[in-house]
Write a protein that binds this ligand. Structure first.
Ligand code: SAM
Ligand code: SF4
Length: 360
């Protein structure tokens, strides 16, 4: 009898382990990639119109198409319950959305922290920095510890030209406020031939002076922006070789869950990262999916395929129906993107949607 009891107990524990294993594996795609990172775009709107991202006369979505914060939280929670450990909030410009502070405070309660047993390892943000001085402390209090801030130049006129309506001083203020609040900052710089390629040394030195990492990004052909991105495409392999003539760069294995590959800059003590979707894709280790502000789940930045979770949710679907939709999409996650830009003369190939729909 005692032996039987022990066997039943063992069977129960094995059952629990298997169940847990199944739960953990529910977001593994057919290529074996475990999906642990969700990027959530909270708005398609923005106070800038960067030349590589949007058209000057960008038309934004009607408000009713955009998910409410309650809807965004509900969908995000389904992912977190299925093993997503990192959330990055993006846009459009996430900080222009009203009540973004309380949204971060709610998400912060899902973090694993000494005082709470949440399931999330990390909550981060990508921003253009224009409103960061207003929100830096709120973000830190909510549990955010690092932010990515887009900054393509340190020259005021050039900044105005690239962003079409941004103010360099506002972004620099935001970065200063973020550092003062205790947030680690990574500067995201889209590398553009003939636009800011003469500034990488200055940016690297400036990042060292404010204690920020710098991450250079190749221009991707996402959506029609009314400008020819083929002409400004700059392969980062060339940039790296060039920088290495003046800076001591040592590869470091650090990964932050995203696609950047890092090197330590001995002269500043900071890191430089390279994101090379065009010249060297990083799809083999992709652990990410992206939720647009309309509730469409994209399993690849460079592909159109996805699933409309808003339809499922707004037609009364319960969390099991939402999860079935997510699993269906992940089962079709492409093995890689197929961007083409300036690699064959005249060929520009990428999704029709703008980067501001799914964020970065
Ligand atoms: N507004 C915020 C910002 O600018 O940081 C968040 C959204 S923005 C779409 C996210 C990132 O995507 C920014 O770092 C931006 O520079 C980058 N990005 C936008 N369009 C891009 C493109 N066509 N190619 C490469 N990066 C792009
Ligand atoms: Fe706005 Fe960011 Fe796109 Fe620039 S890159 S237009 S700041 S969403």
């Amino acid at each position: 009898m005692g032996g039987q009891w022990r066997l039943s107990l063992a069977a129960f524990f094995i059952g629990c382990l298997l169940y847990k294993g199944l739960m953990l594996s529910s977001l593994i795609d057919p290529a074996g990639r475990s999906i642990s990172y969700l990027r959530v775009s909270v708005t398609d709107r923005c106070d800038m119109r960067c030349v590589y991202c949007m058209a000057e006369s960008m038309r934004f979505l009607p408000r009713e198409d955009v998910l409410s914060f309650e809807e965004l939280l509900r969908l995000s929670q389904v992912f977190v319950h299925q093993g997503v450990r990192r959330l990055r909030i993006t846009g459009g410009e996430p900080l222009v959305r009203r009540d973004i502070g309380p949204f971060f405070e709610t998400l912060g309660q899902w973090l694993q922290r000494p005082e709470q047993a949440g399931k999330l390892d990390e909550l981060t943000l990508t921003t253009n920095g224009s409103l960061l001085d207003v929100y830096a402390e709120t973000l830190f209090k909510a549990g955010v510890r690092r932010v990515n801030v887009s900054l393509d130049t340190l020259n005021e006129d050039r900044f105005a030209q690239i962003t079409r309506r941004g103010k360099l001083a506002a972004t620099l203020n935001g970065i200063k406020a973020a550092r003062a609040a205790g947030l680690a900052v990574r500067i995201n710089t889209v590398a553009m031939a003939g636009v800011n390629e003469d500034e990488f040394d200055a940016l690297l030195a400036w990042c060292g002076s404010v204690g920020a990492d710098l991450c250079l990004i190749e221009t991707m052909p996402m959506g029609d922006t009314g400008t020819d991105r083929t002409a400004s495409y700059l392969p980062l392999s060339k940039v790296k070789t060039d920088l290495a003539q003046r800076w001591t760069l040592t590869p470091v294995p650090d990964r932050t869950g995203g696609p950047a590959r890092y090197m330590r800059v001995a002269e500043t003590g900071q890191r430089i990262g390279f994101i090379t979707p065009m010249s060297h894709n990083f799809c083999g280790s992709c652990n990410r999916v992206r939720l647009s502000c309309t509730g469409r789940l994209y399993t690849c930045l460079g592909q159109e395929d996805g699933i409309d979770l808003r339809d499922i949710m707004r037609s009364g679907g319960d969390n099991a129906a939402i999860l079935a939709g997510i699993q269906d999409a992940i089962a079709r996650k492409p093995t890689g993107h197929d961007f083409l830009l300036g690699q064959e003369a005249g060929v520009v190939n990428g999704p029709a949607r703008h980067m501001s729909v799914t964020g970065g």
